[in-house]
Write a protein that binds this ligand. Structure first.
Ligand SMILES: *[C@@H]1O[C@H](CO)[C@@H](O)[C@H](O)[C@H]1NC(C)=O
Ligand SMILES: *[C@@H]1O[C@H](CO)[C@@H](O)[C@H](O)[C@H]1NC(C)=O
Ligand SMILES: *[C@@H]1O[C@H](CO)[C@@H](O)[C@H](O)[C@H]1NC(C)=O
Ligand SMILES: *[C@@H]1O[C@H](CO)[C@@H](O)[C@H](O)[C@H]1NC(C)=O
Ligand SMILES: *[C@@H]1O[C@H](CO)[C@@H](O)[C@H](O)[C@H]1NC(C)=O
Ligand SMILES: *[C@@H]1O[C@H](CO)[C@@H](O)[C@H](O)[C@H]1NC(C)=O
Length: 280
């Protein structure tokens, strides 16, 4: 009985952001073919949760074709989700990593984008390697990338005629595992994804660490959108000015209506007519 409890207690305590890419739909440009078939090298290998065998023969890595100048892979998270960080396990062929390993030169220069479409140009750049060498690039890399998006895109190219000295001549994917840590629901935040985003956040989405809203519903303001518009403002972003409500009352913070009518001599649905006359 005690063992039983411990088995369930450990993952609970250690629980942090979740790998939201695991077993999701993945795709790559130029898959590696053997006798015209994709055998053990396909795009989904990078999201199969397996990273014990980092060689071609292990069947746990995404391998792309030879002699290509662009490498492109993506995973579809299935919905716009909040991402916190990304771990990439690159192919090593299970031989010691470092300048003597032939795969370091293929990893160099890669970028990772978060996008709401399969096109990286529609998204945000999360990371672009422009400083690693084959001596310094790690085989497993963690990228901090707090963004909301649906597709996580890995890209590399060798299109330039003037490549840095350590770079391989061709572009490859070679992704053994691609983990995207975040929350499985876009309206939750915090390390264990247990806190729901503030009620008045636009689209119920918020920053995955802080819980701050990206924008507020109409009539609210502040980082967590908990403050109704005030000081005679209303509407989206509290950017509209109230009319002249009776007794200088604040208009309704959402749509600008004066609850108790207008100041004498003022009319209109928002008590905005006749203002210039009244001010004279
Ligand atoms: C890729 O691998 C998955 C899981 O093994 C399999 O279901 C799928 O059919 C494969 N896709 C291709 C194009 O071979
Ligand atoms: C990876 O898998 C291949 C094919 O099964 C095997 O020959 C090799 O020994 C494995 N390597 C490791 C480190 O398990
Ligand atoms: C994806 O769409 C959501 C909701 O419209 C937006 O908040 C987010 O910034 C978009 N992500 C990217 C990478 O454009
Ligand atoms: C990513 O964030 C972690 C935790 O905040 C930090 O320790 C690490 O240095 C960051 N990594 C990079 C590359 O900025
Ligand atoms: C190819 O890579 C170079 C250098 O990393 C980069 O400047 C360029 O924008 C990339 N080309 C495309 C089409 O993204
Ligand atoms: C503004 O909202 C209030 C409360 O929901 C509603 O009674 C009123 O009719 C609305 N005014 C306009 C002009 O839509």
């Amino acid at each position: 009985m005690l063992n039983y409890l411990i088995i369930f207690a450990i993952p609970w305590i250690a629980y942090a952001y979740e790998n939201i890419a695991l077993h999701k739909r993945a795709w790559q440009l130029h898959p590696y073919m053997y006798n015209h078939k994709i055998i053990t090298t396909n795009a989904s290998n990078a999201v199969d949760g397996l990273k014990t065998n980092l060689s071609y023969f292990g069947g746990q890595c995404t391998i792309s074709a030879y002699h290509q100048y662009e490498a492109l892979w993506h995973v579809d998270l299935g919905a716009v989700l909040g991402i916190h960080h990304i771990n990439i396990y690159y192919r090593t062929d299970d031989v010691p990593w470092g300048p003597g390993n032939g795969f370091t030169t293929r990893f160099l220069g890669f970028s990772v984008f978060i996008s709401n479409t399969t096109d990286k140009e529609d998204g945000v750049l999360c990371f672009k390697d422009d400083k690693f060498t084959r001596y310094t690039i790690p085989a497993v890399i963690t990228l901090n990338c707090t963004h909301h998006g649906r597709y996580v895109i890995y890209y590399n190219n060798r299109t330039s005629t003037n490549l840095p000295p350590d770079y391989s001549a061709y572009a490859f994917n070679e992704l053994c595992e691609f983990e995207v840590y975040g929350c499985p629901s876009p309206s939750y935040y915090g390390e264990d994804c247990s806190q729901s985003c503030p009620d008045q956040c636009m689209d119920s989405r918020c920053h995955i660490e802080t819980g701050n809203c990206f924008g507020c519903k109409v009539g609210y303001q502040g980082p967590t959108c908990d403050q109704p518009c005030q000081k005679n403002t209303y509407g989206y972003g509290c950017s509209m000015i109230c009319g002249l409500c009776v007794n200088g009352e604040q208009c309704y913070h959402v749509n600008g209506t004066c609850h108790n009518g207008c100041e004498a001599g003022i009319y209109g649905s928002h008590c905005q007519m006749g203002i210039s006359l009244a001010l004279k």
